[in-house]
Write a protein that binds this ligand. Structure first.
Ligand code: GAP
Length: 549
């Protein structure tokens, strides 16, 4: 039994729920209403427990991740095979990172979860995959050639070069605490240049967004999309950062997951989901608070809209969805906040911008950016290409140029956030437990024969083959069981499956859950279905099989 939150007409209600595997299927049954807040629900549940002492009910205690520095995280990621500095055997190459055997899985899982949530599970969004190098005119039209430049500066104290956003000039200091010498300030081109063929100069794309705009009309026609609709893309972007820093946080080559949502500007407030989400509250640092050096407020989305932090309701909706994506994958809301961009820091294409920030060991920093790009990009591409990019709005029987709401995620920053948020130094177990969501975990299950005996190994190999059809699973037969559990806890493997003497007689195995170390016995024939339900959180671990005391 466990507490669930339901949203009904925008309000939260808490219920007691039970999930059971009945005849091969998981069924969820609501056992009763508990209240309007989690505190009220937990209080009622405790009262109920007192009356029903025979029942075991889980009240989730919050366990906080262990705080480590970004340098310590980089060391951990290297040691375990997540991330290496690119070209390290030659001394490394600043701002470039290589993903190891676990990093590539985690990265792929992040991108696949993003794609499922933003594309596959929606009828109004389709995807593309554009090229990294495109026609140079694209970057002239988009404004990147003229405005995508930061300011190069040198620190008066340590004499190291640095880069600041134009609006930060004179306001921010160097890492050493010294002031930047404004006399050394000069423009710095953030796009990487390359040569195409013999003489043609081109750029590596600094954002994936422009490929969506240049293909917008083709996609709209061929996929027969009607406004409002979105186009998504996941792919590499390159920025020649002067001062790459904080591990994956600011690198020169990184990946973005971007969604551009196209809406008729006259219907920018006709968002059919708005009423369902408008009362949702989030911590936000408004531009007003930043100017007056005040702290964050907790505001409902509707309050933010009424305060004109968001200029339109579709922008509110997409920010909400992006925020929910992080929560769905287990991120703790306490370390998230929104930040409204101040007028002087808005990108050249944005009418308004709101970031999602995470509280890193090096402070609150952007992990996601959302922009109301207005009709800027499509207007520019119409002007430069001399092509008509307007689309026909069936409802009003008129051709219009749509307004764009952008949601932009960095894959590397998301990866870093999930690593920090899952890192627990478990003093009792005396090892790290990486509490990644099972959906993100690089390895979904590790399979162990309890000892190296051919009859156990045969079953283990059969299970490996079966589960391997769906997930990345591993077979581990070296070292004690305790050592094998510890090894897998450290890399975030959510489930360990052990084949023992009993398995030979009963055709079942033990599954051990990483976070609680609880164990249940499950029939081999049901294992794949049970694991799928556990990964997708459709089944509570206690209900997955016969508990082992
Ligand atoms: N298309 C809009 C755009 O690119 P942005 O705020 O410059 O907007 C969006 O970048 C996201 O891309 C950021 O929130 C961040 O997650 C990621 N990002 C940007 N620059 C990065 C860098 N140098 N290293 C790693 N990630 C970066």
């Amino acid at each position: 039994m466990f507490i669930v939150k339901k949203k009904i007409h925008g309000n939260d209600y808490f219920y007691l729920r039970e999930s059971k595997r009945i005849g091969g299927k998981v069924k969820s049954i609501d056992l009763g209403y508990l209240g309007k807040t989690r505190e009220e629900a937990e209080k009622k549940l405790k009262e109920r427990l007192r009356k029903e002492p025979a029942q075991k009910i889980d009240i989730k205690k919050e366990i906080l991740p262990t705080k480590i520095s970004v340098e310590e995280m980089a060391v951990f990621c290297k040691k375990k095979g997540f991330i290496y500095q690119s070209g390290e055997i030659y001394g490394g190459f600043a701002g470039f990172w290589d993903f190891g055997h676990l990093g590539v899985e985690l990265n792929n899982n992040l991108k696949s979860e993003w794609w499922k949530f933003h594309v596959s599970q929606r009828k109004d969004v389709v995807g593309i995959d554009g090229s990294i190098i495109t026609h140079p005119q694209v970057w002239k039209a988009s404004g990147h050639v003229d405005s995508f430049n930061d300011v190069f500066v040198v620190c008066k104290k340590c004499k190291k070069p640095g880069k600041v956003d134009r609006h930060e000039l004179g306001k921010v200091k160097c890492e050493c605490g010294g002031e930047y010498d404004e006399k050394t300030a000069k423009d710095f081109e953030l796009m990487f240049k390359t040569k195409v063929g013999e003489s043609g100069e081109a750029f590596l794309r600094p954002e994936t967004a422009q490929l969506i705009f240049t293909n917008f009309k083709f996609v709209q026609e061929n996929a027969r999309m009607k406004l409002p609709f979105g186009i998504a893309q996941v792919g590499k972007a390159f920025r020649n950062e002067i001062a790459p820093r904080d591990f994956l946080f600011r690198s020169r080559e990184f990946e973005q997951m971007e969604l551009q949502y196209f809406v008729n500007p006259d219907k920018i407030d006709d968002c059919l989901y708005y009423d369902k989400i408008k009362n949702y509250k989030i911590k936000i640092l408004t531009s007003e608070s930043q100017e007056k050096e005040k702290a964050e407020n907790i505001l409902s989305l509707d309050e933010m809209f009424k305060k004109k932090i968001f200029k339109n309701k579709w922008h509110v909706y997409w920010l909400y969805k992006s925020y929910q994506w992080f929560l769905k994958l287990g991120l703790n809301e306490k370390r998230l906040r929104l930040r409204e961009h101040k007028k002087d820091e808005l990108s050249h294409y944005a009418n308004s911008a709101i970031d999602i920030e995470y509280e890193f060991p090096f402070g609150w920093q952007e992990i996601f950016g959302s922009h109301d790009r207005g009709v800027y990009d499509l207007t520019q591409h119409e002007k430069f290409s001399k092509k008509d990019l307007k689309v026909f709005d069936e409802e009003i029987k008129k051709k219009i140029l749509p307004q764009v709401i952008e949601s932009s995620f960095g894959v590397g920053r998301a990866l870093l956030v999930f690593m920090f948020d899952s890192y627990y130094d478990d003093k009792e177990r005396r090892n790290i437990v990486l509490r990644l969501s099972p959906r993100l975990a690089p390895i979904k299950a590790a399979i162990f024969p309890i000892v190296k005996r051919p009859e156990f190994e045969k079953i283990a190999e059969e299970i490996l083959k079966d589960l391997g059809e769906e997930w990345n699973v591993v077979y581990d037969k070296s070292g004690s069981i305790g050592r094998r559990y510890a090894r897998n806890d450290e890399i975030g493997t959510p489930f360990c499956i052990t084949i023992d003497e009993e398995s030979l007689k009963r055709k079942d195995v033990t599954i051990r859950e990483r976070d609680t170390t609880k164990q249940v016995r499950v029939k081999v024939s049901e294992l794949r279905n049970v694991l799928r339900d556990l990964i997708n959180k459709k089944l509570r671990f206690e209900d997955a099989g016969k508990p082992i005391k």
